[in-house]
Design a protein around this ligand. Structure first.
Ligand code: HEC
Ligand code: HEC
Ligand code: HEC
Ligand code: HEC
Ligand code: HEC
Ligand code: HEC
Ligand code: HEC
Ligand code: HEC
Ligand code: HEC
Length: 414
């Protein structure tokens, strides 16, 4: 295989040496007449080419033939697959575990079976729908990349546009009556910003929530788990919360009920509360017979108190710093208060005041301690200043005494 790779490369570089190699004839002749975006010109960026596979591996044909008629007359010539044949065309190798193991044992061989369960695959097989995505809509043809390579259409930074080329095209999607705002919404979301602006590859692209090949909206049952792949604590708390069962029964889309799915924003404390703009008010009111509103208020009050305690501590700490006091310990402790604040906000997903309030109180106690200790530093500053004033007075007094004494000694007697 390695040899073929090298030989194709040489062929592509227009080496004039006469090499009787797999696909060399195909490449040489095709390169002559193809337009600039033809298969042979794209092919050097294709993972198959890079791993030593040539045109014949996919298209078949007689590699010795001098012209295309000769190529076509070979028994193994597969030609070009029709739209609905593409999945099987690719899966001939990709679903063949024995074959794939020889090349790359770590590569899954389930793409076709997963694709068949997707809305794309279902519509292709049941409705012969030619507008859905097949393997090559997402992976391209002749320039198929490993998803880790930046030029690949399935690299995380490129996936949103790859899906968006159909899903954000209003005319293309019109007949289905589904929304076409997923790409725009995603771009405006915390996730889109993290991925596309900050290039944070830890943030999800479309396929992290929809899966690579299963493309279907994550079902209500697994939605919390999809988000939980990355937001483990929130998900764990949510699954144990009273909302889990209630949302499942009502078919509410779990995390997306409060955060939306594509346009997820940076959340804030304002979202908690039994009155607008608190989202709890969307479903709870004070006389609905549940502890919902009461919990919303207790939790919000606890977080407000922690935020206030944090601010008060910070003000006094800054004052102590401005007076030049050593505040290393207090700064360290304030970082722990920051941590408490993060944890308290995360723990709202228990939707249980008896979980959230103690977390907040822990933070408040630490914040109060920063405030007290910083205030002590300020007292110490004034004490030292007073001390310094007293000492200066005494020294001045002694200096005057000494001066008078010297003058008396120096005065000539009589
Ligand atoms: C001597 C030149 C020449 C060689 C060698 C050649 N091709 Fe072609 N091929 C063409 C031309 C010209 C066309 C398009 C015009 C046509 O249909 O004849 C074409 C078309 C094709 C097509 C489009 C589908 C079809 O059946 O028309 C495929 C696929 C293809 N070639 C694959 C191959 C493969 C694989 C090889 C090597 C085994 C190969 N070609 C060797 C000249 C060649
Ligand atoms: C990984 C499999 C694969 C390899 C390798 C491959 N092709 Fe293709 N090729 C396809 C598929 C799939 C199509 C159908 C594209 C479509 O329906 O739009 C296609 C279409 C074509 C076509 C007709 C449409 C077009 O894009 O012009 C030609 C000609 C062609 N291939 C030539 C080649 C040549 C020459 C090579 C080697 C440089 C090659 N292919 C390597 C999968 C492959
Ligand atoms: C002749 C067998 C064969 C056919 C047909 C084939 N592939 Fe491949 N494909 C391979 C091999 C071998 C690799 C390289 C595996 C390796 O060494 O990493 C590969 C790699 C890939 C990769 C990169 C996987 C990764 O992340 O490393 C993608 C994506 C891919 N193929 C998609 C396709 C698509 C789409 C088609 C159909 C148009 C197709 N393949 C047809 C054999 C094939
Ligand atoms: C809706 C878009 C889409 C369709 C359709 C699609 N893929 Fe993929 N595929 C992806 C994405 C996204 C990835 C993940 C990034 C990567 O590894 O390339 C991926 C990954 C892969 C990989 C790497 C291994 C893996 O499973 O993660 C292979 C091989 C592959 N696809 C082959 C195929 C084949 C064969 C088909 C058709 C049966 C197909 N894909 C259909 C989007 C798609
Ligand atoms: C070639 C165009 C095309 C591409 C590329 C494409 N899709 Fe689709 N997708 C469609 C069409 C058409 C439908 C069918 C719409 C329907 O039946 O509601 C669909 C359906 C879906 C659905 C189901 C929608 C529903 O009705 O519930 C999801 C989810 C989806 N696609 C996600 C993706 C993701 C994620 C990607 C990229 C990895 C992607 N698609 C790439 C065309 C495409
Ligand atoms: C953070 C996870 C996440 C990401 C990232 C994501 N989706 Fe979704 N998507 C969802 C959820 C959840 C639903 C189901 C909606 C519901 O039930 O509320 C959905 C629904 C859909 C649907 C069905 C129609 C609709 O709007 O309800 C399509 C199509 C779709 N997504 C495409 C995309 C595309 C394209 C991207 C990338 C630009 C993307 N999604 C990114 C989670 C995500
Ligand atoms: C692939 C990992 C991944 C998945 C899956 C994921 N997220 Fe995220 N999410 C992130 C990352 C990374 C950030 C941080 C973005 C930043 O602030 O830089 C984030 C940020 C957030 C934020 C904003 C946090 C803040 O403090 O501003 C919310 C809310 C959120 N995600 C909710 C969700 C929901 C709901 C889902 C499921 C529908 C989900 N996420 C799926 C990785 C993920
Ligand atoms: C989308 C609707 C919805 C939203 C938004 C919502 N809840 Fe709920 N909540 C429910 C449902 C439904 C139940 C189950 C009520 C029952 O048991 O009858 C529930 C139950 C609860 C319970 C348990 C009540 C009990 O008496 O056992 C608490 C506590 C709670 N929610 C707090 C909150 C808080 C706090 C918020 C805001 C951060 C909130 N909820 C937002 C729908 C919602
Ligand atoms: C009933 C509404 C509701 C549901 C359901 C919900 N959240 Fe939240 N979430 C909130 C509120 C309110 C905040 C803001 C907390 C704050 O900033 O005070 C938040 C904040 C967040 C944050 C940022 C703060 C942090 O925890 O780091 C993330 C991430 C997050 N949620 C993820 C999720 C995930 C994942 C799920 C599903 C497992 C989920 N949320 C379900 C209401 C909800």
């Amino acid at each position: 295989m390695k040899n073929i790779f090298i030989l194709i490369l040489i062929g592509l570089l227009n080496c004039s040496m006469a090499l009787a190699t797999n696909s060399k004839n195909c490449l040489e002749c095709h390169a002559e007449w193809e337009e600039e975006d033809g298969p042979t010109h794209l092919f050097s960026k294709d993972i198959h080419f890079q791993k030593g596979l040539g045109c014949v591996e996919c298209h078949g044909g007689d590699t010795e033939a001098e012209d295309m008629d000769g190529v076509r007359s070979a028994k193994n010539y597969r030609g070009v697959p029709k739209f609905n044949e593409v999945p099987n065309f690719c899966a001939r190798c990709h679903s063949d575990a024995t074959y794939m193991r020889q090349h790359n044992p770590s590569l899954p061989v389930d793409q076709l079976s997963k694709y068949k369960t997707s809305v794309h695959g279902q519509r292709l097989s049941k409705h012969k729908d030619k507008k859905v995505a097949t393997c090559i809509s997402c992976h391209t043809v002749h320039q198929i990349g490993d998803g880790k390579l930046p030029h690949s259409s399935t690299h995380p930074l490129n996936v949103p546009e790859t899906c968006g080329k159909c899903h954000s095209n209003k005319d293309y999607m019109a007949e289905y009556g589904i929304a076409t705002n997923q790409l725009d919404d995603f771009k405006a979301s915390v996730h889109g910003h993290a991925l596309l602006v900050n290039k944070d590859l830890g943030a999800p692209a479309c396929n992290d929530c929809h899966s690579n090949h299963g493309a279907a909206p994550p079902g209500v049952d697994n939605l919390a788990l999809v988000c939980g792949n990355c937001h483990a604590i929130e998900s764990e708390l949510f699954l144990k919360s009273p909302h889990m069962k209630a949302y499942a029964e009502n078919d509410f889309p779990m995390c997306a009920t409060c955060h939306s799915n594509h346009r997820i924003e940076h959340p804030s404390d304002k979202m908690i509360g039994s009155t607008e703009p608190g989202i709890c008010a969307d479903c709870h009111d004070h006389d609905d017979g549940t502890r919902g509103s009461q919990t919303a208020d207790s939790v919000r009050n606890a977080i407000n108190a922690l935020v206030a305690a944090h601010e008060a501590a910070l003000t006094v700490l800054k004052d102590a710093q401005a007076k030049g006091m050593m505040t290393t310990n207090e700064e360290f402790l304030l970082k722990e208060v920051d941590q408490s604040l993060i944890q308290t906000r995360t723990h709202i997903h228990s939707f249980d005041a008896s979980v959230v309030v103690p977390k907040a109180e822990e933070g408040i106690a630490k914040a109060d301690s920063v405030k007290v200790k910083s205030a002590e530093l300020i007292d110490e500053y004034y004490f030292r200043r007073k001390g310094l004033g007293g000492a200066t007075l005494v020294i001045t007094f002694l200096a005057i005494l000494l001066y008078l004494r010297i003058r008396r000694i120096e005065k000539p007697k009589g």
